[in-house]
Design a protein around this ligand. Sequence first.
Ligand code: PMP
Length: 283
Amino acid sequence: MLYVDGKWVEDGQVAVDPEDRGYNFGDGIYEVVRIYKGRMYQWDGHLTRLFRSAKEIKMELPWSHEELTDLANQLIAKNNITENDDASLYLQVSRGASPRVHDIPSGIKPVIMGFVRSKDRPVADMKKGWTAQLVEDIRWLRCDIKTLNLLGAVLVKQYAKDAGAQESILHRNGVITECSASNLFVVKNGELYTHQADNLILHGITRQVVIDLARDNGITVHEEAFDIAFLQQADEVFLTSTTAEIMPLISVDGAAVGNGHPGPVILKLQDLFEQHINTSVLV
Ligand code: PMP
């Protein structure tokens, strides 16, 4: 069951207005929320980011936090996601439908759409790690907005896959930003480094959880930009996202990171993250 513009619709029965601006321009925003054991993890953070993204693209959301929470819980219930299930919730809001012009039409009504899919935690991958390829960050200058307009992310991910790697690490003129769909961290001498939360990266919910967990456990975190040479000398490298959690990167451009296996700081953070999932109050 999907929720589309105020109605419950079966899979395969959704009609998209050909002049929906999400469809024509990628003019809209979205969130992907983790569901562990049938309940949402970090929901407040996702809601806050959704409202921030809306504001940044000059879109007013006509729903309250309570209404969206209720909708998310209905999506979970109607899709029979129970306490035995891990899943992900996709929620998107497009600017709405109107005759096609670039500037924002007045009086336009946002169109909300949501669905839930079963999704296991990537347990085996998190033990082994992924390979990564450096790719130029060809995206725009407002990567802090979680916009539907993802063609830059699509292309950089494909460049990495074409080069035989599982994920791209993006750089702007040699400065590392993040990955195609995740934030990047490196470990050097037991300390964490990740790009500051500015306009060049998405302010990842998982990134913030990891920073908080690290600091609470005595690991120093530097939120500052670093370059390719620093990445190449890192002891450990990992990415974070809602669905990939804390994913070790075991090689960059074919060269092993450290000894080619997830290192001790990553293992520690994965352990702390697992405890956090199990002890957080899920909505
Ligand atoms: N950066 C980008 C570009 C992303 O698309 C995402 C989300 N998939 C992230 C970082 C990670 O954000 P989060 O931890 O909130 O999923």
